[in-house]
Design a protein around this ligand. Structure first.
Ligand code: GLU
Length: 445
């Protein structure tokens, strides 16, 4: 790494001790910036890089709630408002026991550049809680969400900070959060949250957007290589919202998804994943992937290794951070995988990214490949602001165009810096310069 960047990185590590995921996210961006700082000394002069690593505001709060047994439970809530140079802070809320400040900061940092890549006027932020919705009743989830919003409401607003969903936060949670915000503020402020239901201010395609966007992005990657989805074998890790909609769109585009997973294991289904059954098991019954294998003729539950042992042309990690490590990358490349694109945030470890790129596997980083979700959130904000609602077709067409534009922005930026075909550098540089230029224009704030 460039000496100045290394100093800045050491400083980030020292100032944010113990936050490994945040260090990793910063390092990945810094690895792409050496040429940028050489070409743009004005960024260093205004301490843009140091400023970009420091969130504008970090909020940590107590979330007390009462469970069904009448016991008082305490969780920790977070909102990290990372950067508002391009628009109001924007990014999801994650409810998962692994959530702590380092996770929220890594996600907020990534979100800042991802949101810039969409070309839409949204800054970056992220939030969440170490609350585990698994096994909770609807009433418990509602009471938790109400308590969470009772603190959060004072920090957010359609022009200030606009949360949405992420792992553990879907339509049900957004409903409870929006209801409590409306009650406390006495305002029907639709643009304060995205991922709302279609009947109360939500946008068509928002639910599908991250997974569909990922498939559109991969289609562009394949086309750039003179290929297409036709006849490709695809492996998708995860079986949550992103994975399910990625599978759906890959099938529509002519590929066959032969494996998916959850935290309990993976399933191989050579006929192609039966989406109706997967949705029944995961979305309706909130069950395990083993239930899918049991009910589907010919499907097998993976017993050894991991989902990355299933040979494929295209691998789409859509579960969680650091799920695809160096070993997995080596096995994927050896088995002939040609494209890896991230539906989750930072699912591929830095060593794995290097190995994939050295082996000639095309690597689409999450910042670019999974930006369809937040892009459609920005379209939801646009509709809320004009009190309009667009059709499914119109919204999907816009999403597809945005993904195509992000894809070409990555490649043209990589070309400008003599890094042809490097999507990771292209995404980091394009996202960074967009935010950095706005920060320069807005002065030292
Ligand atoms: N959590 C999603 C992401 O990682 C979406 C955020 C949003 O829609 O604001 O990009």
């Amino acid at each position: 790494m460039d000496a100045m960047l290394q100093d800045l990185f050491d400083d980030v590590v020292e100032r944010n001790a113990g936050e490994d995921e945040f260090h990793q996210a910063v390092r990945e961006v810094f690895d792409s910036l050496a040429l940028v700082v050489r070409r743009h000394p004005e960024y260093a002069e205004a301490s843009i890089i140091r400023r970009i690593c420091e969130p504008e505001r970090q909020i940590i709060f107590r979330v007390p709630w009462v469970d069904d047994a009448g016991e008082v439970r305490i969780n920790r809530g977070f909102r990290v408002e990372f950067n508002s140079a391009l628009g109001p802070f924007k990014g999801g809320l994650r409810f998962h026991p692994s959530v702590y400040l380092g996770i929220v900061k890594f996600l907020g940092f990534e979100q800042t550049f991802k949101n810039a890549l969409t070309g839409l006027p949204i800054g970056g932020g992220k939030g969440g809680s170490d609350f585990d919705p698994k096994g909770c009743s609807d009433g418990e989830v509602m009471r938790f969400c109400q308590s969470f919003m009772t603190e959060l409401y004072r920090h957010i607003g359609e022009y200030t900070d606009v949360p949405a969903g992420d792992t553990g936060v879907g339509g049900r949670e957004i409903g409870y959060l929006f209801g409590q915000y409306k009650r406390i503020t006495n305002r029907y402020e639709s643009g304060v949250l995205t991922g709302k239901g279609l009947g109360w201010g939500g946008s068509q395609v928002r639910t599908e957007a991250t997974g569909y966007g990922l498939a559109f992005f991969v289609q562009e990657m394949l086309t750039a290589d003179g290929a297409s989805f036709d006849g490709t074998r695809v492996v998708v890790s995860g079986s949550g919202n992103v994975a399910i909609h990625a599978i759906e769109k890959v099938h529509q585009l002519g590929g066959t998804v032969v494996a998916c997973s959850d935290s309990s294991g993976y399933v191989v289904d050579e006929q192609g994943i039966d989406l109706a059954l997967l949705r029944e098991v995961k979305e309706v019954e909130r069950g395990r992937i083993a239930d899918y294998a049991e009910r589907r003729d010919g499907a097998e539950l993976g017993r050894d290794g991991s989902i990355w042992d299933v040979s494929c042309d295209v691998a789409l990690p859509c579960a969680t951070q650091n799920e695809l490590d160096a070993d997995a990358a080596t096995r994927l490349a050896k088995a002939g995988c040609r494209v890896v694109a991230e539906g989750a945030n930072m699912p591929t470890t830095p060593e794995a990214v290097d190995l994939l790129q050295e082996a000639g596997v095309r690597y689409g980083p999450g910042k670019a490949a999974n930006a369809g979700g937040v892009a459609t959130s920005a379209l939801e904000m646009q509709q809320n602001a004009s009190r309009a609602s667009w059709t499914f077709e119109e919204t999907e067409e816009r999403l597809e165009r945005i993904m195509r534009d992000i894809h070409s922005l990555c490649l043209t930026t990589a070309d400008e810096y003599d890094l042809p075909g490097n999507y990771a550098d292209g995404a980091n540089i394009a996202g960074f310069t967009q935010v950095a230029d706005a920060m320069l224009a807005l002065g030292v704030v």
